[in-house]
Design a protein around this ligand. Sequence first.
Ligand SMILES: Nc1ncnc2c1ncn2[C@@H]1O[C@H](COP(=O)(O)OP(=O)(O)OP(=O)(O)O)[C@@H](O)[C@H]1O
Ligand SMILES: [Mg+2]
Length: 313
Amino acid sequence: MNNSSILKVTNLTKKIGAKKIVDNVSFDVRKGEIFGLLGPNGAGKTTIIRMIVGLINRTGGHVSINGFDLDTNFNEALNEIGAIVENPEFYGYLSGYKNLIHYKRMSRKEISEEKLRETIAVVKLDAAIKQKVKTYSLGMRQRLGVAQAILHSPSLLILDEPTNGLDPSGIREFRDHLRMLTEKGVTVLVSSHLLAEMQLMCDRFAIIEKGKLIYIESMAETTNMEAASKRKVTFTVHNSEAAMQIIQPFIVEGMEKLNEQQFTISLDYQSIAEINKQLVQADISVFEIASVKKTLEDRFLEITNSAKEGTDK
Ligand SMILES: Nc1ncnc2c1ncn2[C@@H]1O[C@H](COP(=O)(O)OP(=O)(O)OP(=O)(O)O)[C@@H](O)[C@H]1O
Ligand SMILES: [Mg+2]
């Protein structure tokens, strides 16, 4: 992944009446990543997306997509986007194929027959594409929506709550699907209020609360997997007491016995191997060394609580 940004949002603001429903929001989405907009119902996610895709006016701020500014190059900027903002509307009595043909005819960009077939294959609808859309499952409709959104080869795919209504296996399929699209060079902006789902889906995320962006970080930081940072590690050994005695001299902080076979330590990446070596040399059997991962939910609560404490003062 390189660091050039495909979407640049600066000081985005939306006022309705006296109320700021989006308040000075700025973020970048980098080429090839899946970026999540995360926040509770009513936070402003859909409003942000609607402004990015030009469906509603901005009160303030700038949006640029693959270098095209929405103010000065509206059409070029929009050509760079494929989006599913509300549930995609299809003609149920027509086949998936006819729906896509209809859409292809309305597109501002020239779309070849070959591109159409390729897109159908990408969303894995080859087998069902001649069936009427009213016979499609929700997951199939969703994939047809994605096909429609990526038909004109946009550099940015925007999805507002794409997994609403999908069952767990449908969600998983959809996730794998998005990952595959990014491998083909598409960048994705996705919104959701479901933390666990976003944790599995996104590379980075922003937390939106009451119209404000309160945090951005990468999922690797969140789940404690960055190589440079200290992480909490659980060792499983045949005798935790004996093991802890052996490594006592090497450890300065945070060693804690969990039970007869497990203990945790906070340490950096490099030290994990060193500790393991000490244990093995002392004839301690090591069965497992595992990083204690924080969930996005843990992190979300930390972030939103500290934001609240900040505003109380
Ligand atoms: N046209 C409008 N007029 C007045 N208020 C609006 C309008 N559109 C949105 N809002 C308000 O702005 C806030 C943000 O709405 P938005 O739909 O962007 O939230 P969201 O984060 O997408 O929520 P959800 O998770 O429920 O989809 C809400 O309080 C909503 O009631
Ligand atoms: Mg919404």
